[in-house]
Design a binder for this molecule. Structure first.
Ligand code: MG
Length: 135
């Protein structure tokens, strides 16, 4: 699976990379929403889209909510819908209902992870998204 890790914090990026090493995965890292949207668009243009985007909410320049909306806007423009839409899990220290609901309702993200992220938590998301099989 091809994963885009989006987080402005180095340690958070490294943590997620470490977890992904247990899977048959390749990944890229973006440090804010602007880079995330660029990476998403580049992958689409190369016809090698991401299977999963792990999207931090609190980031400078463009936050995760904005990036989520932008990615969904681009997909709509490109006629990408349903199961072809990229799977997105919001990663956040903000476990409050408002932030999570905003991401689900307005941005149609499919899952969220709360920091600190544990391997079991990520695994559950990968299972829910059908990206790995139950062992
Ligand atoms: Mg952050």
């Amino acid at each position: 699976m091809k994963v885009l890790i989006v987080d402005d914090e180095f340690i958070a990026q490294e943590l997620l990379k470490g977890f992904l090493e247990s899977y048959d995965a390749i990944w890229n890292v973006a440090i804010n929403g602007i880079e995330a949207v660029e990476a998403f668009q580049l992958a689409l243009a190369q016809r090698d889209p991401y299977d999963l985007i792990l999207l931090d909410i609190m980031m400078p320049q463009m936050d995760g909510h904005q990036a989520l909306r932008e990615i969904r806007r681009i997909e709509a423009e490109e006629g990408i819908g349903g199961t072809d839409m990229v799977k997105i899990a919001m990663v956040t220290a903000l476990s409050d209902a408002k932030n999570v609901m905003e991401a689900f309702v307005k941005g149609s993200c499919g899952a969220y992870l709360t920091k600190p992220v544990y391997p079991e938590q990520l695994h559950r998301v990968l299972l829910d998204f059908g990206l790995v099989d139950e062992k």
